[in-house]
Design a protein around this ligand. Sequence first.
Ligand code: GRF
Length: 189
Amino acid sequence: MASRRVVVMASGTGSLAEAIIAAAGEAYEVVALIVDRDCRALEVAQVSGVASVAVIYKEYADREQWNCDLRDALRSFQPDYIVSAGFMRILGAPVLEEFGGRIINTHPALLPAFKGAHAVRDALEHGVRITGSTVHVVDAGVDTGRIIAQVAVPVALDDTEESLHERIKVQERALIVRVLNSSDPVAAQ
Ligand code: GRF
């Protein structure tokens, strides 16, 4: 099997990106990391020798133009798959029309529960005893795409948002790596 070309997109500390890059091997290679803001994920790419591109969202008055520039940056790396790994932006039509069905997102909750940017806090406030992480295909909605894989994480009675998120991220990193190493990363598993 030829190694798949994966582009990772991130907005934060980049620990998911780091795990994805570290686990690259026979099944896939990470050909680039793209960020939408100045963040630690950029350092992760630099330390790992992975090409990085910043398409800084805040520098754009026009959201459509940002999407077009993001699409062009993605296109330049000819990805087989794109992983949104802590990338905190909704993808618009220009990106989805070109790469739809091949973009994978990882979310820190058991979808369809707790969609959106505050999934860990929302799960904690709701009082669920089990939450987790979901890897899913990206569509035009917010965390609405078809589910690929999930992992459950029990909530401790004394959990804070930070402690719970850290435990979820441990599972989340393993889950996305497992999905990328599978024979078909967008098939349910
Ligand atoms: C992950 O939990 C991801 O699902 C969420 O943000 C976190 C990213 O963590 N959207 P990191 O920046 O990769 O450490």
